[in-house]
Design a protein around this ligand. Structure first.
Ligand code: ATP
Ligand code: MG
Length: 598
């Protein structure tokens, strides 16, 4: 387990998570900084779907706003039109809302913050309860004006160096950079050129706007960084309105300021950008208290990837069926797999927030979802690898509807009726012709208890001419049902089953980790593509389910007794022909071990 998770217990604590950023925010609230107001934001670039790493940031930012009665803005950091798409914008809105709904209500925040700050521009209310995003691109006009202000103050200039020369002049961490020959242009010339850049007079790459800071700074980000570049490309949100676009560093701090953000929280790789963040804001004459940037360690999860660019590649190369493939570490993939928002939020609480990069074990995520689904999901019986059992001493045509508990963890979940009849299916693995040591389930002459039903004894086997097992013959103890005279008999194993004539046929998809190595990114030999797990998806098309599962609605979650947690697929499942995804096994590694030894 990583450093990040060390020390955090699995208990679902009610108290808000404490960590260094929490301490900072709490001290500011207490000292009345920003008039005691807390404004955070989650600023994804819409160039891919959100992943579990983003969930960490969402929980942190919305969690702080929630705890301190502040606000958290969802902001599209959309300053790079070439890589961004509306599909991504829409998926981000859906995923963030799914993750926070019912937990961090943005409109509750709006009301509270509206009275205390007077800054406006907080969560937008579109008349429904969906959190609507802000767009950095909505501020292009204001950001452009701020750029003009820097130029007029002699703090920015138009540079005609080519991108290659700009790079060359910048120097290296141990070699100072060299001033651009365009550094001393007059304010008038700079204003004129910047306006003409905006008017579309120059081709891509011809000129940039650069901050005039210090070409010999040990911090390479302060060596006259580019603030604006020319890009004649249509933007998914602003259309053809602009052909100059601000760089991330310039747009980000200003967007934070415009929205009244107080604590701008990002991942550690932005630590070196912080002096530039402060320089830009301090160089402008801004009347309000300035936002400050704080950094925390990004989430890295074992056996998967945590980069939108690489996840996009898996999608494009059809390694997975899409961004929401249940094997993907994306929020949409986890949702389709059966993860609940609560389990993901709990996971984010368990990993904590630190300044140390480490690798988090996938088993912690699985732990979180098991814990949540154990409390919430109805139990049901499903047989994934069926073999038929014919019960010789049970009357032909008779059907009993036996009472089954929906959820032993939740008495309010009630009961359901499960049909029992002369022919049932059990798991192929629950039978062995020649039992291994310590195998207590079904074998010729042995007894098992059928869940909610009778004690069953295997008496013989039916095989085809090649010796393949076709069915089992059995008898049952007629008094061994719950409440019967022999119900209390000691039997070592209980197995699940499904009545054959009542069974619903279904496809069940079992998932395993996408990669065979813990850090596919870092592994040697041909990049991550060569470490794909060929067994990450197993499709079982001959499964049989108890009839109550026939009407499972897409997205509905169950615990299949003894097998794990399963969720009706939201895209491929139809009434009468259900498709289930395995969310998680019941125990870490346990089921697999069983399969190996049996
Ligand atoms: P990727 O490399 O996957 O594209 P990114 O950092 O470029 O990630 P953004 O869309 O810029 O993605 O991220 C939005 C926010 O989510 C940022 O504040 C970023 O710091 C945070 N974030 C991204 N990845 C992680 C992660 N693995 N753990 C925690 N926070 C993350
Ligand atoms: Mg980014």
């Amino acid at each position: 387990m990583s450093q990040e998770t060390a020390g955090s217990g699995p208990e679902n604590t009610q108290a808000p998570p404490r960590h260094f950023i929490h301490e900072i925010v709490a001290s500011h609230v207490q000292s009345g900084r920003y008039a005691g107001r807390v404004g955070t934001r989650f600023p994804p670039e819409p160039n891919g779907y959100l992943h579990i790493g983003h969930a960490k940031s969402i929980c942190l930012n919305f969690g702080l706003a929630r705890e301190f009665g502040g606000t958290c803005n969802l902001r599209m950091d959309d300053t790079n039109p070439a890589r961004e798409e509306v599909e991504y914008v829409e998926s981000i809105i859906q995923d963030v809302n799914w993750l926070i709904q019912g937990w961090a209500d943005p409109f509750l925040n709006l009301k509270q913050a509206g009275t205390s700050s007077g800054i406006g521009l907080l969560a937008k209310d579109k008349g429904n309860r969906t959190l609507e995003p802000f767009y950095a691109s909505d501020y292009f006009g204001q950001i452009y004006d701020f750029a003009l202000e820097l130029i007029r103050k002699g703090k920015a200039y138009i540079c005609d160096l080519s991108p290659e020369d700009t790079e060359r002049y910048r120097g290296t961490p141990d070699r100072p950079g060299q001033d651009s020959p365009f550094r001393d242009r007059s304010v008038e010339e700079n204003v004129d050129l910047f306006q003409r850049m905006k008017a579309g007079e120059f081709v891509d790459g011809a000129r940039t706007l650069r901050a005039k800071i210090d070409m010999s700074s040990p911090n390479i980000w302060l060596r006259d960084p580019v603030l604006y570049r020319i890009r004649h490309v249509e933007h998914h949100h602003t259309g053809k309105a602009w052909c100059v676009y601000p760089m991330y560093d310039f747009a980000h701090c200003l967007s934070d300021y415009i929205e009244g953000i107080t604590h701008s929280i990002c991942t550690l790789e932005f630590e070196v950008h912080r002096p530039l963040y402060d320089w830009i804001l301090e160089s402008l004459s801004l009347p309000r208290e300035l936002p400050k940037q704080y950094e925390f360690a990004r989430l890295s999860l074992g056996y998967t990837l945590m980069s939108k660019r690489k996840l996009l590649q898996l999608v494009q190369e059809k390694t997975v069926i899409g961004w929401d493939d249940p094997r993907m570490p994306t929020i949409s993939g986890l949702r389709r797999r059966g993860y609940t928002p609560e389990s993901i939020r709990h996971f984010c609480e368990l990993i904590g927030v630190t300044k140390y990069n480490g690798l988090t074990d996938m088993s912690l995520l699985e732990f979180a979802v098991r814990e949540d689904l154990n409390k919430k999901s109805h139990r049901a019986m499903a047989v994934l690898h069926p073999i038929k059992v014919i019960i010789d001493n049970y009357p032909e045509g008779e059907v009993e509807w036996l009472e089954a508990v929906n959820n032993p963890e939740d008495p309010a979940a009630g009961h359901r009726k499960v049909p029992f009849s002369k022919e049932i299916y059990i798991e192929r693995d629950d039978f062995m012709e020649l039992p291994a040591k310590k195998f207590y389930r079904l074998f010729p002459g042995n007894e098992v208890r059928l869940r909610y039903a009778y004690i069953l004894k295997c008496v013989s086997m039916e095989k085809d001419s090649e010796g393949n097992l076709l069915a089992l013959r059995a008898t049952l103890d007629p008094d061994s049902k719950s409440g019967g005279a022999t119900a209390g008999r000691k039997i070592k194993a209980t197995i699940h089953w499904v009545s054959a004539p009542h069974a619903t046929r279904a496809e069940v998809r079992l998932y395993d980790r996408l990669f065979t190595v813990e850090e596919p990114d870092a592994a040697d030999g041909g990049g991550y593509a060569s470490h794909l797990n060929p067994k990450s998806l197993e499709v079982l098309s001959q499964c049989v389910l108890e009839p109550s599962l026939a009407s499972a609605s897409p997205g509905q979650r169950f615990q299949f007794e003894r097998l794990g947690y399963f969720c009706a697929d939201t895209k491929d499942s139809t009434p009468g022909a259900p498709v289930f995804n395995r969310t998680a096994t019941l125990r870490d590694g346990w089921v697999k071990e069983q399969h190996k030894t049996v």
